[in-house]
Design a protein around this ligand. Structure first.
Ligand code: FES
Length: 134
C-alpha cells in the first residue's frame, strides 16, 4: 500500500445529457461523504477534487483515479445518484492494488464497462540524475 494519498478527480464541467445540469459538484459531495463513512482514514487515503474537463465530454460525468506509481484510470457515464457505491468500491480496490492495474472483470459494477482510459504509471527514474531510460 502506498503512503501517498490517492487522487480522485471529478469533472465539474460535464453536462447531463438529459437535464443539461452539471452533476460533478453533487458527485463530489456524495463521493466524499461515502468515502468518509466506509474508510476510517479516508481523509488521508483519498483526495477528491473537481477539475474543469478531462476530455471525456461525450460520456458525462467523468471521474479519474490517480496515484504515484500506479496506473491512472478514467471512467465515463458516472451518475451521482446511482454510481457512488461502485466508485467507492473501486477506490478501496485501487488503494489496495500495488500497480493500479486490473481487468474489466475485476472492477466493481458499472466500472466494468465504463473505462475510457487506463494509463500506465510513469516510469521511475533509473538514476539519481532524474533521467528516464527509454
Ligand atoms: S466536460 Fe467533462 S470531461 Fe469534458
Amino acid at each position: 500500500m502506498k503512503s501517498e494519498p490517492h487522487r480522485i478527480f471529478v469533472c465539474t464541467s460535464c453536462r447531463d445529457k438529459t437535464t443539461g445540469g452539471r452533476p460533478g459538484p453533487q458527485l463530489i459531495g456524495r463521493l466524499k461523504s461515502a468515502l468518509r463513512s466506509v474508510c476510517p482514514v479516508a481523509d488521508t487515503d483519498f483526495i477528491v477534487s473537481g477539475v474543469a474537463c478531462m476530455a471525456g465530454c461525450a460520456r458525462p460525468c467523468v471521474v479519474a483515479f490517480q496515484a504515484a506509481e500506479k496506473a491512472a484510470w478514467l471512467f465515463g457515464d458516472m451518475d451521482p445518484q446511482a454510481d457512488v457505491d461502485d466508485l467507492v468500491a473501486f477506490a478501496r480496490q485501487y488503494r489496495d492494488m500495488g500497480d493500479g492495474w486490473c481487468s474489466s472483470g475485476q472492477r466493481p459494477g458499472k466500472l466494468r464497462r465504463t473505462a475510457l482510459a487506463r494509463v500506465p504509471a510513469a516510469p521511475v527514474p533509473a538514476g539519481s540524475d532524474g533521467k528516464v531510460s527509454l
